[in-house]
Design a protein around this ligand. Structure first.
Ligand code: CA
Length: 218
């Protein structure tokens, strides 16, 4: 059975979310402290983490950084009252898969939980390549002509989208959704920033910007 960890110190919210998730057929665990939530998430017996930003002992960003730092790939949806773009981008950069600003509608949260759980099922393909670029998806290694390129998790995910769809224009919305798990544009230039990172690592002419449409891997 799928078990969801709710790291939230506001009892009203955790009880409401737990009740809804249980009605939808999930098991839930509620923890109201950051460090305890981190321990539980690292124990490997939960399948998804709903992570509040404002938590006692360690805030949500810190929990997330430690979790990813220790190699956990558990899907994480951040819950926060803050709505600034900066916080959204910080959370996603720290390794969150998705982001919900409070107050939220439960149905919307449930849709995102389902979608994140679906994505975390490993896909069959292990190697993705185009021309001299090869991405080993399971090992998260990227090589160009056999030479290894050092990529962050997010850079790797973005490269994977480009290489899988080489020659096609991918819009900023498609990339935000597939790489950052965001079904809306937070108004940041995060996609452009990461495209620049990839150009610096793979070579400047690898990704072409098509004005008003998106980016294309050549
Ligand atoms: Ca809180």
């Amino acid at each position: 059975m799928t078990r969801i960890l709710i790291a939230e110190d506001e009892e009203r919210i955790s009880a409401f979310v737990a009740k809804g998730l249980e009605a939808a057929g999930y098991q839930t665990v509620i923890i109201d402290d950051g460090a305890d939530a981190l321990d539980r998430a690292l124990s490997g017996d939960v399948d998804l983490l709903l992570l509040d930003v404002g938590l006692p002992s360690m805030d949500g960003f810190e929990v997330l950084r430690c979790l990813r730092g220790q190699g956990s790939a558990i899907p994480v949806i951040m819950l926060t009252a803050r709505t600034s773009t900066r916080d959204t981008v910080d959370g996603l950069d720290a390794g969150a898969n998705d982001y919900m600003a409070k107050p939220f509608k439960f149905d919307e949260l449930l849709a995102r939980v389902r979608s994140r759980l679906r994505e975390s099922v490993p896909v069959g393909t292990i190697n993705v390549s185009h021309g001299d670029v090869t991405l080993d998806v399971l090992a998260r290694r990227a090589t160009v002509d056999g030479r290894e390129i050092d990529l962050s998790a997010r850079e790797f995910a973005l490269s994977e989208q480009f290489v899988r769809h080489a020659g096609q224009v991918l819009s900023r919305e498609q990339l935000l959704s597939r790489v950052w798990g965001m079904d809306f544009d937070p108004g940041s230039n995060i996609v452009d920033v990461y495209v620049r990172y990839l150009r610096a690592k793979f070579g400047p002419s690898r990704i072409v910007t098509v004005r008003g449409a998106g980016h294309r891997w050549e």
